[in-house]
Design a protein around this ligand. Structure first.
Ligand SMILES: Nc1ncnc2c1ncn2[C@@H]1O[C@H](COP(=O)(O)OP(=O)(O)OP(=O)(O)O)[C@@H](O)[C@H]1O
Length: 204
């Protein structure tokens, strides 16, 4: 399946304040687009517009699937990792993976969820309640969930936040793997090294 996302002249206004205008870019299966810009420039807002969670003030997101304009909500093709996402703290990491992948229609078995925990370096702590996790461990769990969903479009908002060096390497490998498997990746980051993962860069 080939997907193409066209960010077509997007602008966003909050009340009187114009955050950005005339933003255009494109990303397709097998490519990564980096979105960068200073704090408050609107990276997270743009990513939410691309997922369909926030409406743009002007312009539109055009999605084509196998070269046909798709009438479906773009959110059904996307997986989103964001600092604003929260996991269920009363559930274990493994239970969260099983829950979220089921919600997205690609249920993981317990052994698949355990494997995902290992892949993001959570190992046996996957059996512990998320309430006991550090912020970096919670971030790793979000990465396990998107890996389990394995969407056509990966939308990653600061995926390395709170991660140590080994976590950053995991992010790098996840992105490379997703692109190899023909996903389209949109990555908002201010990490100089991560900006370079993009085949193209959009600076806000
Ligand atoms: N719902 C909202 N209502 C009003 N203002 C908002 C809303 N959402 C975001 N903003 C404002 O838009 C600006 C851009 O926020 P956003 O989080 O998109 O920036 P960012 O580039 O991701 O920032 P950072 O690098 O700090 O994460 C901020 O000033 C923020 O306060």
């Amino acid at each position: 399946m080939h997907i193409r996302i066209l960010i077509d002249n997007i602008g966003k206004r909050f009340g009187e304040r114009l955050l950005f205008s005339n933003i255009s870019a494109e990303v397709a299966s097998g490519q990564c687009l980096s979105v960068t810009g200073c704090n408050g420039s609107g990276k997270s807002t743009l990513l939410k517009i691309i997922t369909g969670l926030v409406r743009p003030s002007t312009g539109r997101i055009r999605l084509t699937l196998d070269n046909t304009s798709s009438p479906k909500e773009q959110i059904s093709y996307t997986g989103f990792v964001s600092p604003e996402m929260a996991m269920y703290t009363a559930l274990t990491g493994i239970e969260n993976i099983i829950f979220w992948t089921k919600v997205r229609g690609v249920p993981s078995s317990k052994s698949e969820a355990e494997k995902l925990c290992c892949q993001v370096g959570l190992g046996k702590t996957g059996c512990d309640p998320v309430a006991t996790y550090s912020t970096g461990m919670r971030q790793r769990l979000k990465l396990a969930v998107i890996k389990g969903i394995n969407p056509l479009v990966w939308i990653l908002d600061e995926p390395s936040s709170n991660l140590d060096v080994s976590g950053r390497i995991i992010v790098k490998e996840l992105i490379a793997d997703a692109v190899r498997q023909n996903a389209a990746v949109i990555l908002a980051t201010n990490e100089v090294e991560e900006v370079l993962y993009g085949d193209s860069t959009l600076e806000l």
